[in-house]
Design a protein around this ligand. Structure first.
Ligand code: SF4
Ligand code: SF4
Length: 74
């Protein structure tokens, strides 16, 4: 099952983007309630390796399940 970046928790640190082995994490120009940009995981390309979750410094920003409802699409 793909991982999800919770748009409202992500702070756009981007460590996950650089660490993802299949380059399926993309930047969003939109801002969340924290006032930061955020990143989005492409669920179709994600291979569920868990690297993004292990490198993210923001608690709760990455979760190991597909949650379309928590990830804004733009
Ligand atoms: S999920 Fe974590 S590592 Fe990735 S951009 Fe958001 S805050 Fe940064
Ligand atoms: S689980 Fe792996 S493949 Fe999926 S977004 Fe995270 S780092 Fe990329």
């Amino acid at each position: 099952m793909p991982h999800t970046i919770v748009s409202q928790k992500c702070e756009a640190v981007a460590i996950c983007k650089d660490a993802c082995p299949v380059d399926c994490i993309h930047f969003s120009n939109n801002r969340n309630k924290k006032g930061t940009n955020y990143y989005i995981i492409d669920f179709v390309k994600c291979i569920d390796c868990g690297v993004c979750l292990s490198v993210c410094p923001v608690e709760g920003a990455v979760i190991p399940e597909e949650r379309e409802d928590l990830q804004m699409i733009k």
